[in-house]
Design a protein around this ligand. Structure first.
Ligand code: CA
Ligand code: CA
Ligand code: CA
Ligand code: CA
Length: 579
């Protein structure tokens, strides 16, 4: 059973203007580190609210150890998609934003930076708003909580003889992802942050999780060097309501799962409750479109499935310590965040601990909006508490499931992927490296400049007769002893030479035949690619006398055929005269 938390677990519902700090905490900084400067979301859209999706993580080889010590895998690139920037839920036709925050928590191999290509796949009926500028911001690698974000909108990077804009003014069609709009690429080093904001508009409503799978939302993708596999993907469900007609409130979520179990290792036992552990927690996220109505936003928790009697009820006439669910007309977008002792590691609302007896218990969480006038609306979500301690914070419990209980893993078994080899150390792995023996210097395909060299062309058998020109006279006397015919070739091959005459010519020579052609001389030889070859054409015994007796020159065809394994045979021909 859950127990209500301490009374210091206070405050939950507020209209958030600090999502930037939440995102930072999500990505790399300790959760307690509040960023003391203005965050880019508030620079781009002061007073705007943002809804963020799930976290992408791409793993790669820690580079310092790849050279100096025992190599290990680490999270190299992380990213988080979001949308919003308005004080309210976006309406059809409203100018709003989708944003993508990228961080490099790892030490990339190769150039020391990851080249990160950023691509967005927009939801249906949604376009880039060309009336507004794409904006980009960055934090340098050794930033602190007081380091101001740099406006990179019009800045260029220059690295290893290459350069380009940080912020693509216009998208290009992604060569990597169908339906993707690519917004440039740039090298990012360990500790750097990069945040891109793309102006968008929707010409029809978006219905988030209720849309066709995977739902209406923004997909942001990273293709990077320094990681084992591409792409990284972060998705946020998006809701855009019909302007003027959107008068029905609804509760919605931005990501799946919207409730995240975690283990708060530093939480004390509860002396007021048999000294049981209070470490098992779950943080919740939810959003409300209030449609401008006043009312109460609240939650009910059920062990197992929802039924008529919540196990814990924050809704009137009940209440819950610290929960303030009053919704007024000051806005139509209400987001649930935690603060103080009720804040989860990702900024979610975490008002309870779960007594770990039994662990792995299933709950249903109902978010309910009770408007002052009209019918209540609700949306259910579920979660299962951790089945054991999770000190490494990867969400995989130490009940035998986490195979790497001291490593914050990215795989279902709680481990990081095994170390992968990168012989040329350019941070491009496996089949993705089209030049596996050459440092690609930051290119995604592992080849310098991204140019894949032409593979050596397979050799095709061809040959040329040398020394005997078309129409040449071949002496009968030489043919009697053996006439040398020379040639060259492109592949080592076997040669067969033949001198043929037509039936008509044969008749003149008084050679009787029913065939169309008669071979009067032949020979065998070889051809070497390096030095060519020759055959000796010698008159066939059966026709030698008749050829010798011929008083006039007569026409003939000289042919040398070449054959070699796995090659199409070729024949070199000359029209000649014999006399
Ligand atoms: Ca774990
Ligand atoms: Ca683990
Ligand atoms: Ca490589
Ligand atoms: Ca390479």
């Amino acid at each position: 059973m859950p127990f209500p938390g301490y009374s210091r677990f206070v405050e939950a519902l507020r209209r958030c203007t600090r999502v930037g700090a939440v995102l930072l905490a999500t990505l790399a900084l300790p959760a307690a580190t509040a960023h003391a400067v203005t965050e880019p979301p508030q620079i781009v859209a002061p007073g705007g609210k943002w809804i963020s999706g799930d976290l992408l993580q791409q793993t790669g080889l820690n580079c310092s150890t790849a050279i100096l010590g025992e190599p290990y895998t680490e999270v190299m690139v992380s990213g988080n998609a979001s949308y919003g920037g308005l004080p309210s839920v976006p309406k059809v036709g409203d100018p709003y934003w989708t944003a993508f925050l990228v961080a490099i928590p790892g030490n990339p191999c190769g150039t020391g930076s990851s080249s990160v290509v950023t691509t967005v796949i927009l939801p249906p009926n949604t376009q880039v708003d060309t009336n507004r500028q794409v904006r980009c911001f960055g934090l340098p690698r050794n930033h602190t909580s007081t380091t101001e974000w740099l406006d990179l909108t019009n800045e260029s990077w220059s690295f290893l003889g290459q350069s380009g804009p940080y912020c693509a003014a216009q998208p290009s069609i992604s060569p990597y992802h169908q339906g993707g709009l690519q917004f440039g690429f740039r090298p990012l080093a360990n500790g750097q942050f990069f945040w891109i904001f793309v102006p968008v508009k929707s010409s029809a409503p978006l219905i988030g999780a209720a849309g066709p799978s995977p739902g209406h939302g923004f997909t942001w993708l990273t293709d990077a060097t320094g990681v084992y596999a591409n792409p990284g993907r972060s998705f946020v469900w998006a809701n855009v309501v019909e302007g003027g007609l959107g008068d029905t409130p609804f509760v919605y979520f931005a990501r799946d799962p919207t409730n995240i179990p975690y283990w708060k290792e530093d939480a004390p036992n509860d002396p007021g409750n048999g000294n049981i552990t209070t470490k098992s927690r779950v943080e919740w996220f939810a959003n409300l479109y209030s449609a401008g109505k006043t009312g109460t936003f609240c939650w009910q928790l059920f062990k197992g499935a929802a039924d008529a009697s919540p196990d814990i009820d924050s809704c009137p006439p009940s209440s819950f310590p610290g929960w303030n669910g009053a919704v007024d007309t000051s806005g139509d977008l209400w987001q649930v965040f935690g603060s103080g002792g009720a804040a989860g590691p990702n900024g979610g609302y975490s008002p309870l601990y779960y007594d770990d007896d039994p662990p792995g218990t299933h709950f249903t969480l109902r978010w309910l909006f009770i408007p002052t006038t009209g019918s209540p609306v609700f949306e259910d979500s579920t979660f299962t508490t951790l089945a054991g301690p999770d000190q490494d914070g990867d969400g995989v419990p130490n009940n035998g499931t986490d195979q790497c209980p001291a490593v914050k893993g990215t795989l279902a078994n709680g481990c990081l992927p095994p170390v992968q080899a990168d012989p040329d150390k350019d941070g491009v792995y496996g089949d993705a490296d089209k030049c596996p023996g050459t440092d690609g210097q930051g290119s995604l395909n592992g080849c310098p400049g991204g140019i894949i060299p032409d593979p050596p062309k397979p050799e095709v058998l061809t040959g040329i007769l040398t020394g005997i020109k078309s129409g040449a006279l071949l002496k009968k006397s030489k043919l009697a002893k053996g006439l040398t015919v020379k040639y060259t070739c492109t592949v080592d091959s076997a040669a067969k030479g033949a001198l043929t005459i037509t039936k008509k010519t044969a008749k003149k020579l008084r050679i009787k035949t029913k065939k169309k052609k008669v071979t009067i001389a032949s020979g065998k030889g070889q051809c070497s690619k390096a030095s060519g070859g020759s055959v000796k054409l010698k008159l066939a015994r059966a026709y030698a006398k008749k050829v010798k007796r011929a008083k006039k020159k007569f026409p003939a065809t000289l042919a040398v055929g070449l054959t070699a394994p796995n090659q199409t045979p070729v024949t070199m021909k000359r029209s000649v005269k014999v006399g």
